[in-house]
Design a protein around this ligand. Structure first.
Ligand code: PEP
Ligand code: MG
Length: 880
């Protein structure tokens, strides 16, 4: 068996896996000649060995004896010594930090004799007994499971009886009495007394730290943070230094920069005359570390100097633990400091400007997903704590918003017209609800997944959205929703967190979203460093403008059906669908043409020289028709068609599986005049801009293509229309006509389809739906269970399934480019904005991704990281 204990002088920061983060940090600081108390680390391998045999091995016990002797020589102190007692701290530390989840015991080595020796040696009896009572409480709790509260109660009773305000008021006699009472507690709990032998204390402490790897809170923390169960913890055994020695001693925590804002300068807190746990436990209020500047200026300067050295050495913001003993500074820990997204971006950019990091390294330091938190309002933490979570759904569209609940789009619209802040709450949404969705602060549905209508529309509009909140039962008749036993009536205030998926009763204050200067600098670097383009999915000039503000490269997907949702357009669309023949379709088509060409004109004007890809109509026709009696009456009046006839038509268009039915280019084949009208509208906008001196090259995209024959048929229709309008207006228009890749069959026959397609764009929403056979609107009822049971690692509609859907994509890329070497290939389904998926897309050679406006910065950063990593992974690249 390999060595199980390393002296701090033998380790270094690269040995994290073996020594844990804390052990590797202590070793590195020792090697840097920083003031670290002597000590050694028992390895994580020894932890595995202990977990297997459930006891400390002979080898470990032997190495422990040697290390204790060496420590004794180094410090000139003896474990169980009567002159200079050696006291130890025993602290856990895994390779990945799990703050506070595992155990620590301080002051090991004190007993009824050594406490007297310590008192004499230091001429500080108070300090000696204060340390002893701390050991008794920590050891009792960690090793013997005696409740912490029992020890606290004894302390509190003493303070109350003597009218003390703080632990510092306790006298030597009080402390002696407390020590006696603490020892009695052991007897009460039938633990046979506190072990007086320091060695027995140490072995019990090491066992307990190893055991604490498997305590409940550590297990939960690992599960939540995706930390492997196999890591195990190391144990750090170190000579104690004492912050509770007196008024020129203390203990504290400092970050080398502000972890909340990222601002430069030491940030932290300390307590005089205290040991580490006092800072965390909040028994006394710590002082900001800046106060040290006045009270102990030399030590403050030393701490500043150490902080700078460590940050330069690790090239990252550090979180330090320090103790001052008798006016002398000691370092007990250094690790990468946890920070807010804002701080993370500012620190990365500042460190490039300071010459500490390269731009590429800085780009790899920021978690792409965390950027989203900087782009949306959030609930104020303080206010949020006062509210209980009512229920949780899928976090469909990030942001935080409060509003009064309405259950129909009409009611929501009316309330909004009356200046109310509105939350639209429904079982699900359909295109008809768009007006209500537009005016809502947030949208909540009880059904649907991350690519359901409500989710896609909410993200597109940058509204806060929570979908698939199963516990919510919506009763439209009674205008009430129920969660467990809680009723939500129309007009009640709720608060919706689209980032966590949580729903709360009542109003919660929000903080404003701001884009910091550093974020735009970082995103600029990301653009330079990435290979993939980042486009947006935008259906309106407003969405597009938002995406342009985030520096999108253009539009990768305009879902034109979203342009038909406004009431006046819906009416014309209904007239079109309900018309008996081509003659009857003429007038509504003319009106829709007028409207659509205006939309396209606005979008092209905004785009300037950026590419815009417009997808022709996709959803099933029946989605545009009224659903209930009341609405049928209204439409009947508007269209002058009897309600009976209307109902017949609705019935005739109804489909059992609309997602697999009459949509996409199937509509083009059966209703060619709709696509013709759309192409005409695009071309009219192009001609108008040409006349204004702006040349536009339209990119037209066909949805749901299955075969070369189908694509050729629809392409022919589109090209004919483009040519006709071009000839009529005597202009030469450069254009492309491409297809979405969203059918498994299309992927498999991509070489043939590429013959008549100028580009591909993966519609991964449909491709995932059809590859898994999961209806994308109904996954809420089973996918969460699949994830919980470990059958699915994640929701495949949010992160691409590389094994199945990804394989089909690879086939399509390879086959498509076999036919056309430089075929541009995009991804415009929801996973186009997902960092993990983007890494995969970089691998398979995708040209660009397209996502909702608010995900553009996230995708940009992810694209840069994917490219930087892919270059690092290339064999010719020399790793540093
Ligand atoms: C897709 O299927 O991934 C896609 C982008 O199209 P839609 O979501 O509109 O079906
Ligand atoms: Mg699709």
């Amino acid at each position: 068996m390999t060595k199980q204990i390393y002296d701090f002088s033998e380790g270094n920061m690269k040995m994290r896996d073996l020594l844990g983060g804390k052990g590797a940090g202590l070793a590195e600081m020792t090697n840097m000649d920083l003031p670290v108390p002597h000590g050694f680390t028992i390895t994580t391998e020894a932890c595995h060995d202990y977990q297997r045999r459930q006891e400390l091995s002979e080898q470990l016990l032997a190495e422990l004896d040697q290390s204790l002797s060496a420590l004794s020589r180094l410090t000139g102190k003896q474990f169980n010594g009567s002159d200079h007692p050696l006291l130890l701290s025993v602290r856990s530390g895994a390779a990945i930090s799990m703050p506070g989840m595992m155990d620590t015991i301080l002051n090991i080595g004190l007993n009824d004799q050594t406490v007297i020796a310590l008192a004499e040696l230091t001429s500080n009896e108070r300090f000696a007994y204060d340390s002893y009572r701390r050991l008794l409480a920590m050891f009792g709790n960690v090793v013997d499971g005696i409740p912490e509260d029992d020890f606290d109660q004894i302390l509190t009773d003493t303070k109350i009886a003597n009218n003390y305000e703080s632990d510092l008021d306790l006298t030597i006699d009080d402390l002696k009495e407390i020590v006696a009472k603490f020892k009695n507690l052991y007897e009460n709990y039938d633990h046979g007394g506190f072990p007086q032998d320091p060695k027995e204390q140490l072995l019990a402490a090491v066992n307990s730290v190893f055991d604490s790897w498997n305590n409940h809170r550590a297990q939960i923390y690992r599960r939540q943070n995706n930390i492997s169960e196999d890591l195990g913890t190391a144990v750090n055994i170190q000579e104690m230094v004492f912050g509770n020695y007196g008024e020129d001693s203390g203990t504290g925590v400092a970050f080398t920069r502000n972890p909340s804002t990222g601002k430069e300068g030491l940030f932290g807190e300390y307590l005089l005359n205290a040991q580490g746990e006092d800072v965390v436990a909040g028994i006394r209020t710590p002082k900001p570390v800046s106060v040290l500047k006045e009270s102990m200026p030399i030590l403050y300067e030393q701490l500043l100097d150490i902080a700078k050295k460590l940050e330069n050495h690790y090239r990252d913001m550090q979180d330090l633990e320090f103790t001052i003993e008798n006016g002398k500074m000691y370092l007990l820990q250094t690790r990468s400091g946890k920070r807010t997204p804002t701080a993370s971006v500012k620190i990365a950019v500042d460190q490039v400007n300071e010459g500490l990091l390269s731009k590429k390294e800085a780009l790899l330091r920021v978690e792409p997903e965390s950027v989203s938190r900087m782009l949306h309002p959030e609930f104020e933490e303080e206010d949020l704590r006062q509210h209980e979570i009512l229920t949780t759904g899928l976090p469909a569209s990030p942001g935080a918003a409060s509003g009064q609940v309405y259950f129909t789009a009409q009611d929501a619209k009316q309330a909004s017209d009356n200046n109310k802040k509105v939350v639209l709450m429904r079982a699900d949404t359909s295109p008809e609800d768009i007006e209500g969705m537009i005016v809502s602060q947030a949208i909540v549905t009880s059904r649907g997944g991350m690519t359901s209508h409500a989710a896609v529309v909410a993200r597109g509009m940058a509204s806060t959205g929570v979908v698939g909140a199963h516990e919510l039962e919506v009763d439209y008749q009674k205008k009430v929703a129920k969660v467990k036993n809680q009723l939500i009536h129309e007009g009640d205030w709720v608060s919706v967190d689209g980032t966590s998926g949580n729903l709360y009763l009542g109003r919660i204050k929000t903080t404003d979203a701001t884009i910091k200067g550093e974020l735009s600098v970082l995103l600029g670097w990301a653009k330079e460093a990435s290979k993939m383009g980042v486009y947006t999915n935008a259906d309106t000039p407003k969405d597009f403008q938002k995406a342009l503000d985030f520096d999108a490269d253009g539009i990768g997907l305009t879902r034109t059906e979203h342009m038909f949702f406004k009431p006046e357009r819906l009416l014309q669309m209904r007239r079109l669908i309900l018309a008996e023949d081509a003659a009857g379709r003429k007038d509504p088509l003319k009106k829709l043409l007028q409207m659509q060409q205006g939309d396209f004109y606005e979008i092209y004007k905004l785009a300037r020289d950026k590419e815009v890809t417009i997808r022709l109509l996709d959803p099933p026709l029946h989605e545009f028709l009224p659903h209930d009696e009341k609405e049928i009456e209204v439409v009947s009046k508007q269209t002058q068609i009897s309600s009976e006839k209307l109902k017949d038509r609705i019935d005739s268009l109804k489909e059992s599986n609309p997602m697999l039915g009459h949509r996409g280019d199937r509509l083009a084949v059966t209703f060619p005049d709709i696509y013709e009208m759309q192409v005409q509208a695009i071309m009219n906008a192009v001609v108008r801009l040409h006349n204004e001196g702006v040349e536009v090259s339209p990119h037209i995209m066909i949805p749901l293509t299955n075969s070369k024959q189908e694509m050729a048929w629809v392409r022919n229709l589109v090209v004919k229309q483009i040519d006709r309008v071009s000839t009529e207006n005597d202009i030469a228009v450069k254009y492309t006509v491409g297809t979405m890749m969203e059918m498994p069959r299309a992927c498999i026959t991509a070489d043939a389809i590429a013959e008549c397609s100028d580009f591909f764009s993966f519609g991964t929403n449909d491709l995932t739906q059809l590859t898994f056979g999961y209806s994308r609107d109904d996954i809420g009822s089973f996918v969460p269970a699949y994830i919980k049971e470990g059958i699915l690692p994640v929701d495949p509609f949010q992160t691409v399934d590389t094994e199945g859907v990804g394989e089909l994509m690879k086939i399509a890329v390879v086959k498509g480019r076999k036919t056309k070497k430089d075929l541009p290939i995009g991804v415009c389904g929801e996973v186009g904005g997902d960092p993990k998926s983007i890494e995969f897309f970089e691998e398979i050679g995708v040209t660009y991704v397209s996502c909702s406006p608010y995900r553009v910065p996230i995708a940009r950063l992810a694209a840069a990281q994917a490219h930087i990593r892919s270059v690092v992974n290339e064999p010719q690249f020399e790793k540093v």
